[in-house]
Design a protein around this ligand. Structure first.
Ligand code: NAG
Ligand code: NAG
Ligand code: NAG
Ligand code: NAG
Length: 406
């Protein structure tokens, strides 16, 4: 489905679902923690989300964790201006310490370990480097990539594109348990290196919806457009809060494995584009902190989405320009000075149904118990965040404008 032509340099793919974020404070001189990393990643995710959403008014779905993780590997490969731009663009400059090049990669490793420690969580994150046989990767980089990202390094004969495409697609298919097939359809024979990152998540609701009461119901895409969707229903105790200044309500739908989905539903009459501008890591944390348990009738559409993004332009807009240019400094990757990143592809798939989700990605709480709405009807455009609760790591983030468009 995606074809990349590159004259030189390497192809960088990210297959994604996303994760991210941890709460709390800034890191002054003390050593940064995985919580610091999570919050930085979250801010990066929100910045990226805003860039994506300015390009169109359609559904959005991606994995911030996947993107951050791939770029953390590139951080190790880069030097000079390229390195600084990546650090700043990823919002990680405050976590870097002089003479500790492995600090940030190590944090990514620890974060991943923390998230997956509870063996029941089905989150497979993988990174692979596909290298041309003629291309010599610096041993230190190769070693670091293995150590911190458990990356597979495979040699590929890009001069034989048909065989390379087959090999790479098979690898991705395996890593995503068949969810992503035929990621690429052609390859430029001059490709030297591809970096592919995959995240696959499958979660079961703590409180599943009953398929027998799922009914077709209207979803108001906008004032002029109403679609019929399969609407799930559940009457139970849920955690929710109302962000009064923002004009939105928040609902938490927990999975069984320490991961939750947070739904952000703009109030009737509030344009989601207004909310787009307000979303931040700080807001997210205030929502999580403000949740209280209440009896609720929840109506939630089943949906399925598959989104692909070419991130080249978006990331350049975020200040990461040199890594894509002829002045890219990737000397730690290879002594060959002519290497640059040609493209960053990101693909994320999600399916939300009665049983759960398969995804292949400080305001005061002005709310009193009696003001709580008794129903939470997700029948208009909404946002969702899938995050790991202990670390506040944001795995995936999305916006659903029209659930029937996948
Ligand atoms: C690339 O970065 C390294 C390490 O930061 C630096 O020593 C080198 O001079 C840079 N090379 C170029 C061509 O800018
Ligand atoms: C690879 O990196 C690890 C961690 O930095 C180090 O302990 C090990 O000695 C390295 N191995 C090689 C072959 O460089
Ligand atoms: C995994 O996490 C869930 C939810 O936090 C918990 O109920 C369960 O006991 C944990 N399982 C293990 C093996 O730690
Ligand atoms: C994961 O990280 C969180 C936040 O730092 C911490 O509270 C928790 O104990 C960690 N879990 C494990 C299993 O290390």
């Amino acid at each position: 489905m995606m074809v990349h032509k590159m004259k030189m340099g390497f192809l960088f793919f990210i297959l994604t679902y996303m994760c991210l974020l941890t709460p709390v404070r800034q890191a002054p001189p003390r050593s940064p923690t995985i919580s610091d990393l999570s919050i930085k990643n979250m801010d990066f995710a929100m910045n990226l989300y805003r860039k994506i959403s300015t390009y169109h008014d359609k559904n959005v779905f991606f994995s911030p964790l996947s993107i951050s993780t791939s770029f953390a590997a590139l951080l190790m490969a880069s030097g000079g201006v390229t390195h600084n731009e990546l650090l700043t663009g990823l919002n990680l400059a405050q976590l870097e310490r002089a003479n500790q090049p492995e600090l940030i990669p190590k944090l990514f490793e620890l974060l991943h370990e923390n998230i997956t420690q509870n063996g029941s969580l089905k989150l497979d994150q993988g990174m692979a480097l596909f290298m041309s046989r003629q291309f010599e990767v610096q041993k230190t980089f190769e070693n670091q990539t293995k150590t911190f990202f458990h990356a597979d390094i495979k040699t590929v004969d890009f001069a034989n594109p048909t065989e390379s495409v087959r090999f790479i697609n098979e690898y991705i298919k395996q890593k995503t348990e068949g969810k992503v097939t035929e990621m690429i359809s052609t390859l430029d024979p001059l490709t030297q290196l591809m970096v592919i990152n995959t995240i696959f998540f499958q979660g079961a609701w703590q409180m599943p919806f009953d398929p027998d009461v799922t009914n077709r119901a209207p979803f108001y895409v906008n004032n002029y457009n109403v679609v019929q969707v399969p609407m799930m229903f559940k009457d139970d105790k849920f955690y929710m809060m109302e962000d009064v200044p923002l004009g939105a309500k928040v609902l938490k739908l927990p999975y069984q494995e320490g991961v939750s989905m947070l739904i952000l539903l703009p109030n009737k009459g509030i344009d989601y584009t207004v909310i787009d501008d307000e979303i931040s890591a700080q807001k997210f944390l205030s929502w999580v902190r403000g949740l209280t348990k209440t009896n609720l009738e929840v109506n939630m559409p089943k949906f399925k989405m598959e989104q692909s993004y070419s991130l080249h332009n978006l990331l350049q807009d975020m200040g990461m320009t040199s890594v894509f240019s002829n002045s890219a400094n990737l000397t730690r990757l290879s002594k060959n000075g002519a290497i640059k990143v040609s493209e960053v592809l990101h693909k994320a798939v999600i399916e939300v149904d009665e049983t759960g989700t398969t995804a292949s990605s400080a305001t005061t709480i002005g709310i009193t118990p009696y003001s709580l709405p008794r129903t939470f009807r997700v029948n208009r455009p909404f946002f969702f965040f899938i995050y790991h609760e202990d670390t506040n790591c944001l795995l995936f983030m999305g916006r659903v404008i029209d659930p029937t468009k996948n």
